[in-house]
Design a protein around this ligand. Structure first.
Ligand code: DHB
Length: 391
């Protein structure tokens, strides 16, 4: 029995060795482990990215650099311990060439040591705390950073007569990044800022909004993660802040396209700065939104979908550059400096930081026909993550 097992094992070994050469190599799929919150409070991020990844493969094909991309989707429910375990299993058991997804900062951070140890590229399609790309030399990002989106908001607010701002942010990496980058820039310009932070899990905004109501600022700067904006806006109205003349400003996460129609009229007039709006006026984006909505009836692509779509494009471009070689070092080297015309506008992976360089748009939430949209009216071109740019 033992001898037989050894022989079988030997044959299996030969078969595997044979499959890594020449023609057989071309047939072997390149596995991408896609880890997303498909259930739980952040499922909208998972749904958006999953849909975008499928759309990329349908539109651009699965074969790149002569290799077929096979996506293995795993649900981490938004729990970092689960993300870490899934990443480990994907690397050790499934032998994935790339890890991708990461709907929240703690989930991306939990995976970084695994990417480093295994030398497997980790493509961050959603999470947006500035420091994430510094957690592993194998991380590249196709989403954005909160300072990248929030500093232009400070410039716009000061230039438009806003002097006193209250900030309300979710109390973890991206919220703290949004608050500090906005406040530093706005105070340097001459403005005053008061700040509160709200828990990530089961947030109740009412007591914080009460303080805002008493402080009577010119504007309320808000960061909440994608999908949470509807709950925030409901309490904003319940506290009467919409009637009190407090202008809503911030990075675009609070008026995310996934939930904007659900938020309704109260969002009208919000001014936000972000890297993507489904209303972005270009032929490429119109075609993207149309194809996305055809494949996913009733759903509008948001900035998470675009991070997922471009994340797949980055993996495909790297495979094309290495001619199908899946060595992690070669793939990440090919990703550095890669640039193309995304549906959000021109983008490039910064070769020094592996973060994304992109336009930030100033937008106003308003009706377009019968639908609510974030309509872009100004562009700040080729913005780098300012935190790393200052280092
Ligand atoms: C993060 C999550 C979000 O949903 C978002 O809109 C921005 C940042 C994050 O956890 O990094």
């Amino acid at each position: 029995m033992t001898a037989r097992r050894t022989i079988l094992g030997g044959m299996l070994g030969l078969a595997l060795a044979g499959s890594t050469s020449g023609f057989a190599l071309a047939q072997e799929a390149v596995k991408v482990g896609l880890i997303l919150p498909m259930t739980g409070p952040f499922a909208s991020t998972g749904r958006q990215i999953d849909a975008a990844v499928k759309l990329f493969l349908a539109k651009e094909g699965a074969v790149h650099g002569g290799r077929k991309i096979e996506v293995i989707l795993k649900d981490d429910t938004g729990n970092a311990d689960t993300t870490r375990r899934l990443a480990q299993e994907l690397v050790v058991n499934d032998k994935v060439a790339v890890l991708a997804g990461f709907g929240l900062t703690p989930l991306a951070m939990a995976t970084a040591p695994i990417a480093t140890q295994a030398k497997v590229p980790q493509i961050v399609m959603a999470a947006a705390t500035a420091s994430i790309t510094e957690a592993s030399p194998y991380i590249a990002r196709t989403s954005f950073t909160l300072p990248q989106a929030s500093e232009p908001m400070a410039d716009w607010a000061w230039a438009n007569g806003i002097k006193k701002v209250f900030t309300v942010v979710t109390d973890y990496g991206p919220g703290i990044d949004a608050e500090t980058s906005f406040a530093n820039k706005f105070k340097t310009a001459g403005g005053t800022v008061e700040s509160v932070r709200v828990p990530l899990r089961n947030p109740d905004f009412a007591p914080f909004l009460q303080r805002v109501s008493e402080a009577k600022p010119d504007a309320l700067f808000v960061f909440v993660p994608s999908g949470v904006g509807a709950q925030f806006m409901k309490q904003f109205v319940e506290r009467g802040l919409d009637k009190a003349g407090v202008k809503l400003i911030g990075p675009g996460d609070v008026v995310d396209d996934d939930i904007l129609e659900g938020i309704g009229e109260v969002a009208q007039g919000a001014i936000t700065t972000h890297h993507y709006s489904a209303a972005h006026d270009s032929p490429a984006n119109k075609a993207f939104v149309e194809a996305f909505q055809k494949a996913n009836p009733g759903m509008r692509p948001n900035f998470m979908a675009v991070g997922g779509y471009d994340g797949m494009a980055l993996i495909a471009k790297a495979l094309e550059a290495t001619k199908g070689d899946t060595s992690g070092d070669k793939l990440i080297a090919a990703m550095k400096g890669a640039g193309w015309e995304s549906v959000r506008g021109p983008i490039k992976i910064d070769p020094d930081t592996r973060d994304i360089i992109q336009n930030i748009y100033v937008r106003k939430t308003q009706k377009v026909g019968s639908e609510l949209h974030n309509v872009e009216f100004a562009t700040i071109k080729d913005v780098k993550d300012p935190v790393k740019a200052r280092k």
